[in-house]
Design a protein around this ligand. Sequence first.
Ligand SMILES: N[C@@H](CCC(=O)N[C@@H](CS)C(=O)NCC(=O)O)C(=O)O
Length: 221
Amino acid sequence: MSRSPVGLRSLIPADIELIYFPFGGRAKAIRLIFETAKIPFKDTRVNGQAYGALQRSGELPLETLPILKVDGKLLSSQSGAIVRYAAELAGLQLVGSTSVFRGEEIVATIDDVSALCMKFYESADEDVAKNGADLIASGVPFFAERIESILSNNQHDGPFVNETLSWVDIYVYSNLGPGTNFDDIVLSLGGSTPAQVLAAFPRLTALLSAVGHIPAVAAHK
Ligand SMILES: N[C@@H](CCC(=O)N[C@@H](CS)C(=O)NCC(=O)O)C(=O)O
């Protein structure tokens, strides 16, 4: 074990393993938090066959990924718990009641956007163009407006939700930044870029840019 970046708050286990599929999805924010805080972890990315084997072994309480193991033992099978645990170890947790409710409101709103994107993937072939146009014109902007409004009430001039980086900033980037479902959908539809879809939301855009410029985030694969 070693000390967390913020000192005495949490002890960092020596053996952390995150198991997920070989794409970002629900693991992206968790990976980025560990990488940003330089917390060593085993980033196990399994294919469909290995996932099937894990399921059969009884190692997945909910039959889903991600799971987090510490010292070889299952710690959590819920991405929401894992991402907050990672944030705690990284010294990137929200601190203080105002910051908690503003940050968690943004996280919940980002989850609304993600749900919308997942719903889009269920579109019948003949509805893809219309559903895609709706997603870009009104679906995502509806929720982005709410996030913009929360960020507009910041009591500081920086780009992040709080004065300094927190896991919420990384979570926003992990769901709206490059390589996300949102990004893939907009690019696959053609016509506009993800940046254009979010251009009406300058604070959200600045947050995405600031997180994307963190060296560990820029280097992430
Ligand atoms: N509540 C869980 C849901 C996890 C979840 O749905 N994982 C998906 C991948 S994003 C999964 O494992 N799907 C495989 C399957 O259901 O066959 C969490 O957030 O951790």
